[in-house]
Design a protein around this ligand. Structure first.
Ligand SMILES: Cc1cc2nc3c(=O)[nH]c(=O)nc-3n(C[C@H](O)[C@H](O)[C@H](O)COP(=O)(O)OP(=O)(O)OC[C@H]3O[C@@H](n4cnc5c(N)ncnc54)[C@H](O)[C@@H]3O)c2cc1C
Length: 387
């Protein structure tokens, strides 16, 4: 996949390579994912063939260079794929998001050459990754984590438990944050790459969730988990910086997931209101309904422009923290409002599982919670404004 870059944020003005990637993700989502969405949601289980197909299509290593087994695309392409896939199923969208914007990004940005050569080709071809930062007592205050890493001559020993870990059920590799120097507070936080078959790692309770149900969210336990020295990601004490930097990138991905979700709910609504007749006319003839439609479309467009703008700033190595926080904050609010309004416009049919808007509404709630709650985004934006 060739690399191209765009300074422009409107979807119609994307580069040709970006449009190609977007269209292939759109076709994949409609043809392969769409028929399985309802079943995956009710079973709370990701279809294993879809996971395999995501790898085969190159969607699990989009902006990783070809020399490491990736598709050699750019960051905007990852954002477009997350958006298109989330338009059909935000649960599959987050699987693609975590792989590309958190796990691959962390290893590509902070891994040694040996680590990049070892892990990235697998992560791009067939191995799912997970990102394990949160704990029961360390959510918004993530760096209050209590998992420890004890250093010995040729290995580390990890002990602790992680909560809410996306992809944990299917993952082969876990980026685990632990404190190697607890007396140093957050300055002791360190990142490690832990393999699933490590006897000291076990997968705990799988959460039964409101939305994005096909994406697994589990506890993980580390009990005298011995890991070799060469599984240290970055330097001892660099975990804090790695977590902040990767989550800043990941936030743009969650913004894209929420824009896709809102667009999916909008498209379903548009089709429905033209079909549904009351008082002898399509309900889309009523001005009150048309105004709602116009509001929804405008909100989606503002959220998409914010997400693309943040993605472009990141791609061009410009400061993007404020825009990433704004994109995630705004896109998750838009997703919630648009999917709620979609249910209103479907009437009774919006409230049942025969139509897709009920699931979009449930899926939307997570946008305001993970990778930093809305309050955390607002506090970042305010801090950067006041600096
Ligand atoms: C489905 C799902 C998937 C997830 N996936 C992952 C994953 O893959 N990896 C991972 O590490 N984590 C993951 N998480 C965890 C997620 O990032 C946390 O849930 C999130 O950061 C919020 O933490 P908390 O749940 O402990 O809420 P809390 O921090 O307890 O927050 C509760 C409320 O208090 C507010 N609040 C807290 N502190 C402040 C403050 N200082 N100022 C103002 N308001 C405040 C919050 O905004 C929120 O409204 C996932 C969570 C879910 C639900």
């Amino acid at each position: 996949m060739p690399t191209s870059s765009s300074h422009i944020t409107h979807p119609d003005l994307l580069g040709s390579d970006e449009k190609l990637l977007r269209d292939s993700a759109k076709d994949f989502a409609r043809q392969i994912i769409a028929p399985k969405v309802a079943q995956m949601d009710s079973n709370a289980q990701l279809d294993e063939h879809i996971l395999q197909d995501l790898f085969e299509m190159g969607f699990m290593g989009i902006d990783i260079p070809v020399e490491y087994g990736g598709a050699g695309g750019n960051f905007m392409m990852s954002i477009l794929a997350i958006e298109q896939i989330s338009q059909v199923d935000p649960a599959v969208g987050v699987v693609v998001d975590v792989q590309n914007t958190l796990v691959n990004d962390a290893i590509h940005s902070y891994g040694t050459e040996d680590q990049k050569n070892y892990y990235l080709p697998q992560l791009c071809a067939n191995s799912l990754g997970a990102y394990a930062l949160s704990e029961a007592q360390a959510g918004s205050d993530a760096f209050a984590l209590s998992t420890t890493a004890q250093e010995f001559d040729d290995h580390f020993v990890l002990n602790g438990s992680k909560l809410w870990i996306t992809n944990a059920l299917e993952a082969t590799y876990f980026i685990v944050f632990a404190n190697a120097e607890p007396t140093e507070g957050y300055k002791g936080i360190t990142a490690f790459i832990v393999e699933r078959d490590n006897p000291g790692l076990s997968i705990g309770k799988k959460e039964n969730k409101l939305g994005i149900r096909a994406s697994s969210t589990c506890e993980i336990h580390l009990e005298d988990c011995i890991i070799p020295k060469d599984a240290l990601l970055g330097a001892i004490g660099q975990g804090y910086q790695i977590a902040i930097n990767t989550l800043n990138v990941g936030r743009i991905g969650i913004g894209a997931q929420m824009v896709g979700l809102a667009q999916g709910a909008f498209d379903a609504t548009l089709a429905y209101i033209e079909e549904r007749k009351q008082f002898g006319r399509a309900i889309s003839d009523f001005q009150a309904v048309r105004f709602e439609l116009a509001r929804m479309a405008t909100e989606i467009e503002t959220a998409r422009l914010l997400v693309y703008s943040a993605a472009n700033l990141k791609s061009h190595n410009k400061p993007f923290l404020k825009q990433a926080a704004m994109a995630k904050f705004h896109a998750s609010e838009v997703a919630e409002r648009v999917s709620s309004k979609a249910i209103d416009l479907f009437g009774g049919n919006g409230y049942i599982k025969d139509y897709p808007v009920e699931k979009f509404f449930r899926d939307a709630k997570i946008g305001k919670i993970y990778e930093g709650t809305t309050n955390m985004q607002l506090s970042t934006i305010a801090k950067l404004l006041l600096r």
